[in-house]
Design a protein around this ligand. Structure first.
Ligand code: G3P
Length: 214
């Protein structure tokens, strides 16, 4: 399973990179806005930190505008993946852009049928938003299970990129449900390391070592 960081803050990515388990980065217009920098600057800098897929989202809502933006974003770096919303224009743009050899991430997916459309349009990634579905009383996990089954039924190569992940247990559930990728905020990635018994065990190992060597 691949782990992506979901952020536009380069310091967070620099902090996590030495762990060696960050396979890529996703951004969206809200995350870029939080950085207070331009998308171009943020994406270009991220590409110097992580050598993996880096998603950058288009702002246009019409198909032609999306295609033009996608071409421009793809010139920033070979690792750029163009993020497109799951709309009629976004799916149409995905089909065209995929045909040009540009990798795509279709975002704002909330149903299996939407995921099917993205796969048919040749999307490299589909981003179902788990947390936002849970927020309205639906099951994000069930959505991932259904998309997994549909993609496996037809052998679609589109990767399932579970997004809107809010806590460590979401990551466990995504792994069990067969998501190819989980993208998460730094806080969630850090929490994956934590277990009280690890801390307790380590401090007693160190105390015993200290006693034996004093
Ligand atoms: O990048 C898209 C997604 O991960 C957003 O998450 O927490 O805003 O629902 P959230």
């Amino acid at each position: 399973m691949e782990f992506f960081l979901d952020t536009g803050i380069v310091e967070e990515i620099r902090g996590a990179a030495p762990w060696g388990i960050v396979d890529g980065v996703t951004t969206n217009p809200s995350l870029i806005a939080k950085s207070g920098r331009s998308q171009k600057d943020v994406i270009t800098e991220i590409c110097t930190i992580i050598d993996g897929p880096i998603s950058a989202e288009v702002i246009s809502t019409d198909q032609e505008g999306m295609i033009n933006e996608a071409k421009e974003l793809a010139t920033l770096h070979d690792n750029v993946v163009v993020k497109l919303p799951l709309t009629e224009a976004g799916i149409g743009a995905c089909k065209v852009i995929s045909g040009m050899g540009i990798r795509t991430n279709v975002t704002l997916c909330f149903s299996p049928n939407q995921a099917l459309l993205a796969a048919k349009a040749g999307a490299t990634y589909i981003s179902p938003f788990i947390g936002r579905l849970d927020d309205i009383g639906h099951s994000g996990v069930h959505l991932i299970e259904e998309i997994r089954a549909i993609y496996d039924n037809f052998g679609y190569p589109t990767k399932i990129l579970a997004a809107s992940i809010r806590h460590a247990d979401h990551v466990r559930l995504m792994a069990l449900a067969g998501a190819d990728v989980a993208t998460m905020p730094i806080k969630v990635m850090k929490s994956l390391f934590q277990h009280p018994l690890t801390d307790k065990g380590l401090s007693s190992f160190l105390a015993d070592h200290e006693k034996a060597n004093s």
